[in-house]
Design a protein around this ligand. Structure first.
Ligand code: MG
Length: 162
């Protein structure tokens, strides 16, 4: 069974993953409003992925005989001054999430909760991927600027499958 302290911490991370979904959905809404359908699509797929992250932890708490308690999700920012600023925020956010996952892993290690450590290993690897994706897109955005290159990039973003 999960200790109370770990249960609390995992519940907090469930909220963080759902906040990520909310954040990316808010960004998708801005892209829709800017007529950047490809970016909007990419961000909507990303939001679904974040819900799946939250659900992995949700199921884990239940599998371990814990109690999931859903916490309040704060409102994400409504508008970014540019796409570049938006993806800088994505990268910053993912770095922050990486820190949270590492902290959680550290707690699991302190308590010698091996199942939680194994479960979190997937998240540790996933965060490497998330940060890599965000910095790649940011790099492309810096190259494309706000000109016609942006439309090419938008079309490419629209090709994301999952
Ligand atoms: Mg996540």
């Amino acid at each position: 069974m999960l200790s109370k302290r770990l249960e609390e911490a995992v519940n907090e991370q469930i909220k963080n993953e759902f906040y990520s979904a909310y954040l990316y959905l808010a960004m998708a809404a801005q892209c829709e409003a800017m007529n950047l359908k490809g970016f909007a699509h990419w961000l909507k797929v990303q939001a679904k992925e974040e819900v799946a992250h939250g659900m992995r932890l949700f199921d884990f708490v239940n599998d371990r005989g814990g109690r999931v308690v859903l916490r309040a999700i704060e409102q994400p920012p409504v508008e970014y001054p540019s796409l570049k600023a938006m993806f800088e925020a994505v990268l910053e956010h993912e770095k922050k999430v990486t820190g949270m996952i590492h902290k959680l892993y550290e707690m699991a290690r302190e308590e010698k909760d091996y199942p939680l450590m194994t479960h979190l290993q997937w998240f540790v690897d996933e965060q490497v991927e998330e940060e890599k994706n965000a910095s790649e897109i940011l790099g492309y955005l810096k190259m494309a600027g706000e000109g016609p290159g942006l439309l090419v990039l938008d079309a490419r973003m629209g090709e994301r499958k999952d």
